[in-house]
Design a binder for this molecule. Sequence first.
Ligand code: ADP
Ligand code: MG
Length: 293
Amino acid sequence: MTVDRRQAVATAGQGRLSSGREGGSDDAAIAASKAAVELVGVHKVYPAGSVTALTDVSLTVGPGEFVSLIGPSGCGKSTLLRIVADLEQPTGGTVTVHGKTARRARLDQDYGIAFQQSGLLDWRTVQANVELPLELHKVPKSERHARSAELLEMAGLTEFAKRYPAELSGGMQQRVAIVRALAPKPSLLLMDEPFGALDEMTRERMQGELLRIAGETEAAVVFVTHSIPEAVFLSDRVVVMSPRPGRITEIVSTGGWQNRDAADDEVRSSPEFFAAVAAVREALRNGHTGRDL
Ligand SMILES: Nc1ncnc2c1ncn2[C@@H]1O[C@H](COP(=O)(O)OP(=O)(O)O)[C@@H](O)[C@H]1O
Ligand SMILES: [Mg+2]
């Protein structure tokens, strides 16, 4: 359940709405409880044009924690996520995923990935798409079927199991992509603007579903977005980044209201929610000011 996940995070030392510089005792407490992701002094220079995409990024994501990366275009959000996924190599610093190197974690398929494009295979049915990572994990057929049926029901897509991606709406395709990423029950989910192409209503519904599904599987999530309300609604902590060079300027802890039994709409219209949105907006503004000075 979502509540269990939140409690795990609370145990890991998270405060209520507060903001502060990265590092400090919170990070130390999370690290002690076996981090999902640990980045220390990560630096990335792309040889093409000698672009410094990231400089001195240190961040610890606790088990079951939901962390969003937010910042203007070009601040290195995708680069950071791709480094965690071992799709890109850092120029300096260290990356640890569940105590392993990023490469080992990729080879062990320790995480699920969902990016902006759903990336579904057109020639496979919805069910076969969801089962793909399970096939790669060599999960027996009967178990694969049981798991995909369970996930598709969770996503409200049972009746579309035998359809092909092209027969589904964009929102449904994204839901398939998300449950596919969750199929092997990864304890880490990496998502890069997965709802970017969706209309606002679908997007809000998907956010609620993502929280529920990630909560049920107790997955830690690193979620890239450029939407402040989306980051605030989903996250335990919002990591604010600024460009040139890409770095973390502030971390806003937004946990607190998710522990209540409030409906999504109530959360979104609560004073705590608006306060967190304002805190993230101000952090983004400060990041810009610092750069321009
Ligand atoms: N493969 C690449 N080669 C050279 N520069 C790149 C490459 N990928 C990204 N960059 C540059 O690195 C910076 C960060 O990019 P990116 O991580 O995509 O930012 P974001 O996802 O926050 O928009 C940008 O200046 C971008 O132009
Ligand atoms: Mg990006």
